[in-house]
Design a protein around this ligand. Structure first.
Ligand SMILES: Cc1cc2nc3c(=O)[nH]c(=O)nc-3n(C[C@H](O)[C@H](O)[C@H](O)COP(=O)(O)OP(=O)(O)OC[C@H]3O[C@@H](n4cnc5c(N)ncnc54)[C@H](O)[C@@H]3O)c2cc1C
Length: 417
C-alpha cells in the first residue's frame, strides 16, 4: 500500500458519508468522519421503510455501525462541523469544531436522567410533531448511543440529571473543542434537507391543518414516531379515511426548486402503501405531472398503482384550503379526463423535493457550488470531492455507489500528491 500523505476528511455522516468512510478505512486509509448532528445516519435514519423492498433502513444502518465501531482507521466526530479549511490542494489544514453535548462516553443509556428532567423541547427527529425531554437520545439506534442535552431547553440552574446519574456521564461544564487535522482529500457528503413547503403559498403548509410534507409522513408511519406508527390525523389523532398526495410540490418550478429530485414519486407510492397497510379501507389520491420511476423501480411503481384504492390523477394542484372539521379541500385539474377536480380529504401530503444542505451556508474559498448549491462536479481537481446527494438528489442505492467511487478518488488523492 502506498504511503498516505494526509487524512481523508469526510463531511457528513449520512449513508453516503458512512459508506465513503468505511470503503476507504476498510482498505487501511485513515479517515475522519465529521457529522454536525449528535448521531450518524442522516435522513434515512428517519425513514420507516426503503423503496423498493420496503425494508427498514435501521437494519442497514446497524450493519454499517457494526463495521464502523471496531475500525481503527476511522475517527468519528459527531456534533461537529468544519470551522475552516486552509492550505493548498492535497495539503489542507482543517479546523473542526465540536459542540458540547454535556454527556460523555460513560453514558449507558439507563434513562434515569430523562425520568427526572423537568423540561421539554420539540423533537427534531420527528420534525417537531412531538416532544422529548431536554436530555434525550436522538433515536433508539443512535450512534454513538448516548444521551444529549439541549441546554437552551433546560430550566435555569437545573442539574437534576447530573445528580441522578450513577456513571459520572453528565458534564454540565463541557466546552466547545477545536481539533486541527492535515487532510489530503476532503469528501463532502452533506446531503439534503426538505424544501421549505411554507414557501409554496397555494399549498397551505403551515396554514391549513392536516397538510404535512413527505418527511413527516415517514415519521407518522414509524413505530418510533409521534403516534408509534399509527397513521392518525395530526390535528386531532382521528382515524384517516382519505389522503391526497401532491407531487412536485415546489419541484420542477423556477420559483422554487427548478430540478426533479427523482425520488418523490417513488416516496409517495411507498407512503401510499404505508397508509393502505395500516388502514385497509383508506382511499389515496395521487396528483402528479408524470410518474418518474426509472429503470429497476418501474415494477415497484406499477405494482403499487394496481391497488384499487389508489387513484392516480394527472394534473397540477391549484389550491389547498381548510374544509369543515379540519378536513382539507384540494382543487386541481384533471388533464386526462378534462375539467377540474374538487376533493375533500382528511390529510394532504406534499411531496417536497431535496434541497442541498449547503444552500445559504457560507463555504470556504476552496469549495465551489453549482447554481443549486450542490457541490460542483469539477471539484476533484482540488482534492475536494463529493458523494451522494451533496452532488445531486438521488436514491440510496445510487448514493452508495457514488460514495464508493468517491472513496476510490479520495484514496488516489491521498497517495498521489
Ligand atoms: C420523502 C423521501 C423519502 C425517501 N425514501 C427513499 C427510499 O425509500 N429509498 C431510497 O433509496 N431513497 C429514498 N430517499 C432518498 C434518500 O433520502 C437519499 O438518497 C439519502 O438520504 C442520501 O443520503 P446522503 O448521505 O447523501 O444524505 P443525507 O441523508 O442528507 O445525509 C447527510 C448528512 O450530512 C450531515 N451534514 C450536513 N451538512 C453538514 C455539515 N456542514 N457538517 C457536517 N455534517 C453535515 C447531515 O446532518 C446528515 O447526517 C427518500 C427521499 C425523500 C425526500
Amino acid at each position: 500500500m502506498a504511503e498516505q500523505k494526509g487524512k481523508i476528511l469526510v463531511i457528513g455522516g449520512g449513508i453516503s458519508g458512512i459508506t465513503t468512510a468505511l470503503e476507504a478505512a476498510e482498505v487501511g486509509y485513515e479517515v475522519i468522519l465529521v457529522e454536525k448532528n449528535p448521531t450518524l445516519g442522516g435522513r434515512v435514519s428517519r425513514f420507516y421503510q426503503y423503496f423498493p423492498k420496503l425494508c427498514p433502513p435501521l437494519c442497514g444502518l446497524e450493519i454499517n455501525f457494526k463495521r464502523l465501531k471496531p475500525n481503527p482507521y476511522i475517527q468519528t466526530l459527531t456534533s461537529s462541523e468544519v470551522d475552516s479549511i486552509s492550505g493548498t490542494p492535497g495539503n489542507y489544514k482543517v479546523k473542526i469544531k465540536t459542540s458540547p453535548t454535556y454527556v460523555n462516553e460513560k453514558c449507558v443509556i439507563c434513562g434515569k436522567c430523562t425520568d427526572v428532567c423537568p423540561s421539554e423541547r420539540d423533537n427534531d427527529h420527528n420534525y417537531g410533531m412531538d416532544k422529548t425531554k431536554a436530555i434525550y437520545i436522538p433515536h433508539r439506534m443512535a450512534y454513538p448511543a448516548r444521551y444529549v442535552i439541549d441546554r437552551e431547553a433546560c430550566e435555569p440552574n437545573c442539574s437534576k440529571c447530573a445528580e441522578v446519574c450513577e456513571y459520572d456521564a453528565i458534564d454540565l461544564q463541557m466546552q466547545t473543542k477545536i481539533t486541527e487535522i492535515d487532510a489530503a482529500a476532503i469528501v463532502y457528503a452533506t446531503g439534503w434537507r426538505p424544501y421549505d413547503a411554507t414557501k409554496i403559498e397555494n399549498l397551505g403548509f403551515g396554514k391549513v391543518q392536516n397538510v404535512i410534507n413527505n418527511v413527516m409522513m415517514e415519521r407518522l408511519a414509524h413505530f418510533q414516531g409521534p403516534t408509534q406508527g399509527q397513521i392518525l390525523r395530526p390535528s386531532d389523532n382521528k382515524k384517516i379515511e382519505s389522503v391526497a398526495f401532491v407531487q412536485c410540490a415546489g419541484s420542477r418550478d423556477e420559483n422554487h426548486l427548478p430540478y426533479c429530485s427523482s425520488i418523490c414519486c417513488l416516496a409517495s407510492l411507498k407512503q401510499a402503501r404505508y397508509i393502505r397497510e395500516s388502514i385497509p379501507d383508506a382511499k389515496i389520491y395521487i396528483f402528479y405531472i408524470d410518474i418518474r420511476s426509472p429503470g429497476k423501480y418501474e415494477d415497484f411503481a406499477a405494482a403499487v398503482q394496481k391497488d384499487k384504492n389508489i387513484f392516480m390523477i394527472k394534473g397540477k394542484v391549484a389550491k389547498v384550503t381548510q374544509g369543515k372539521d379540519n378536513r382539507v379541500f384540494v382543487e386541481a385539474e384533471d388533464i386526462l379526463h378534462g375539467g377540474k377536480v374538487n376533493l375533500e380529504v382528511d390529510m394532504v401530503v406534499l411531496a417536497t423535493g431535496m434541497e442541498s444542505s449547503l444552500k445559504g451556508v457560507p463555504q470556504p474559498d476552496a469549495v465551489q457550488l453549482d447554481e443549486n448549491s450542490f457541490v460542483a462536479p469539477n471539484m476533484q481537481i482540488n482534492g475536494i470531492l463529493s458523494a451522494g446527494v451533496a452532488k445531486f438528489p438521488g436514491d440510496v442505492n445510487s448514493s452508495i455507489q457514488d460514495s464508493t467511487g468517491a472513496a476510490l478518488k479520495a484514496i488516489q488523492t491521498v497517495v498521489g500528491n
